[in-house]
Write a protein that binds this ligand. Structure first.
Ligand SMILES: Cc1ncc(COP(=O)(O)O)c(C=O)c1O
Length: 363
């Protein structure tokens, strides 16, 4: 077999190889039914079993308290940029929420929320090009706010909350699209956690929403049914035809995650993977990491080279060496290695080796 290609794309991102092999086996003949998993009814008992298994694994792997609901919502993560304010702002008369602005997606989230109510920006790290994550404390969130909102990992800027803020009685909403289940998370301290599937969970287009029960049932007037979390809860995410394929793939990814030792095992591997790359960045001035060292992400490692020409050569030669999709996002430039759960340690080792060799010959 040829040398493996390691896919460092930010999303849709690589899936674990055993998951894709399982999909391949099931694709034409699911459960010995003689039909594909994408051809069966979302109301069939076979699909209901897939859905129930996915829920069970999310509960087990995420160590979810029983008063949290699991929803599979349409429209990916960004649909929840509207879904969150529509479901939560009307809980209090001020229709207010407090947002931390730590990157591109958190800005999109607060911009969308402003269409629905009074949105306060607690702080923004835009002045330092989103290279860090300012602290968010309960004292920074007004009592009349319905919720506070953070983005736990900033996919484009390569920063991540080392600790998720504990806001006590104030519901915290977390967009965990790019680091869900990459490390243990204490859900009991959180109001809502949502994540587009396409990085750590499965294919694009669907989001996992984990919501504390008492935060369901407050949707503002005229919220479309398919954005109302209560409609999802009442219908077990099957008010209409959901993406059966996405949920099926996610159930396989969750099983794989469980087999890796769950979020604790995964966090250990993810730390080693990230440090394999950060060690290279810290050993030279040829590469310069763009995130503040205290706020570095374990999921997206970002750096720049001395000039555009070297960057272009680096990317071209990396691709020729089986290191795929390393180009940084256009607003940061340079290089971004997205190393979500499915990226094996060997991928990071191969990239680190390539970086050292590139510096030796071109530096
Ligand atoms: C942190 C974060 N939030 C939201 C999104 C948007 O996800 P979607 O394309 O599913 O709407 C992304 C996508 O990369 C992301 O990284």
């Amino acid at each position: 077999m040829n040398d493996p290609v390691y896919n460092f794309g930010a999303g849709p991102a690589m899936l674990p190889v055993p998951v894709m092999q399982q999909i391949q086996r099931d694709f034409l003949n699911f459960n010995n039914m003689g039909v594909s998993v994408i051809e069966i009814s979302h109301r069939s008992k076979e699909f209901e079993a897939v859905l129930a298994r996915c829920d069970e694994l999310v509960r087990e792997v995420g160590n979810l308290p029983s008063n949290y609901q699991i929803l599979y919502t349409h429209g990916g993560a960004q649909m929840q940029f509207a879904g969150v304010p529509m479901n939560l702002l009307a809980r209090k008369p001020a229709r207010k929420a407090v947002y931390a602005e730590t990157g591109h997606f958190s800005r999109l989230a607060n911009t969308e929320a402003k269409r629905f109510g009074n949105i306060v920006i607690a702080h923004s790290s835009s002045e330092t090009k989103f290279d860090r994550i300012p602290e968010l404390t309960r004292a920074m969130v007004d009592d009349d706010a319905s919720y506070a909102f953070i983005t736990s990992n900033n996919t484009i800027f390569g920063t991540q909350y080392r600790e998720i803020p504990d806001l006590g009685d104030m519901p915290l909403v977390v967009d965990a699209t790019s680091d869900i289940f990459s490390r243990p998370l204490d859900f009991s301290k959180l109001g809502v956690v949502f994540a587009g599937m396409q990085k750590n969970l499965g294919p694009a287009g669907t989001a996992l929403v984990i919501v504390r029960e008492d935060l369901v049932g407050h949707a503002m007037e005229r919220t479309p049914s398919l954005l109302d979390w209560q409609v999802y809860v009442k219908n077990h995410s099957l008010a209409n035809t959901n993406s059966t394929f996405n949920i099926y793939v996610m159930s396989l990814v969750m099983q794989w995650l469980k087999d890796q030792g769950g979020t604790t095992g995964m966090a250990r591997i993810n730390e080693e993977k990230a440090q394999t790359l950060y060690r290279v960045l810290d050993s030279t001035s040829f590469y310069r990491g763009t995130a503040h060292p205290d706020h570095r992400s374990r999921m997206n490692v970002t750096w720049v080279l001395p000039n555009e020409e070297l960057t272009a050569t680096f990317l071209k030669e990396a691709a020729a060496n089986g290191l795929y999709a390393l180009k940084g996002h256009k607003v940061v430039g340079g290089v971004r290695a997205s190393i979500y759960n499915a990226m094996p340690l060997q991928g990071c080792q191969k990239l680190a080796e390539f970086m050292r060799e590139f510096e030796r010959t071109r530096g």
